[in-house]
Design a protein around this ligand. Sequence first.
Ligand code: ZN
Length: 144
Amino acid sequence: MTQTNTAANASPHVMIPKPDELDLDLYQAIARQGEICMQRCSSCSLHTHPPRYYCPACASPQFTFAPVSGLGVVYSYTVSHMSVEPAWQPLVPFLTLVVELQEGPRIVATARNFDISSVKIGMPVRVITEAKGTDFAIFWAEPQ
Ligand SMILES: [Zn+2]
């Protein structure tokens, strides 16, 4: 994945990475369906993230990108007090979460509408997506 726009006055909303292969398929499914999707094995129904060519449980190469609830809990987090990326510098300090979804996969999302001092491991959150064109989407996490 490469990033294409690093203009000094850019915001995260205009910095659009260029995913490829299975990541591109995932983001296109999200943009098309307008909701968070994860890879789902057609043989055993396991949800997987990031996408893989073969199911880690049954090795099937057959899968779809299916909508998931977006509901989960904080598995881990970090607070960024600086950023080398100009687009993120106005937003520091910001909170990045690893969210364990109810469906199983863990996903990295940037927190919004969050009091940084209130974050706790195990805290219920909702992950939502914001499509950026047809080939990429941002993952946001908000308190439930
Ligand atoms: Zn499987």
